[in-house]
Design a protein around this ligand. Structure first.
Ligand SMILES: [Mg+2]
Length: 93
């Protein structure tokens, strides 16, 4: 499945759970994750979307590491099957 289609399903799934799934297009920093997910009670997580089987680019991996070091949850989704689990993980803790 194409990244664009996985992204559409993610946006809908987050919306269905009452959250926001913001597209990130930073002009000042390349490689940041595609989406910022904001859920009830201040839960947040970043998601990099990929076409099935594709891995993040090195700059994207570096951004994910940097965000995790700051304590943020970051996920890579290349399969619609993962969407529910990622949203649950963002909402937990
Ligand atoms: Mg992407």
């Amino acid at each position: 499945m194409l990244e664009k289609n996985i992204e559409k399903k993610l946006v809908k799934a987050v919306k269905d759970k009452g959250g926001l799934c913001l597209k990130l297009n930073s002009l000042s920093m390349i490689g940041i994750p595609d989406r910022l997910i904001l859920m009830n009670k201040g839960k947040i997580g970043f998601v990099e979307l990929k076409q099935k089987g594709l891995k993040p680019r090195p700059i994207q991996i570096r951004r994910i590491k940097d965000l995790r070091k700051l304590g943020f949850k970051c996920f890579v989704i290349d399969d619609v099957e993962r969407i529910g689990g990622v949203i649950d993980e963002i909402c937990s803790t």
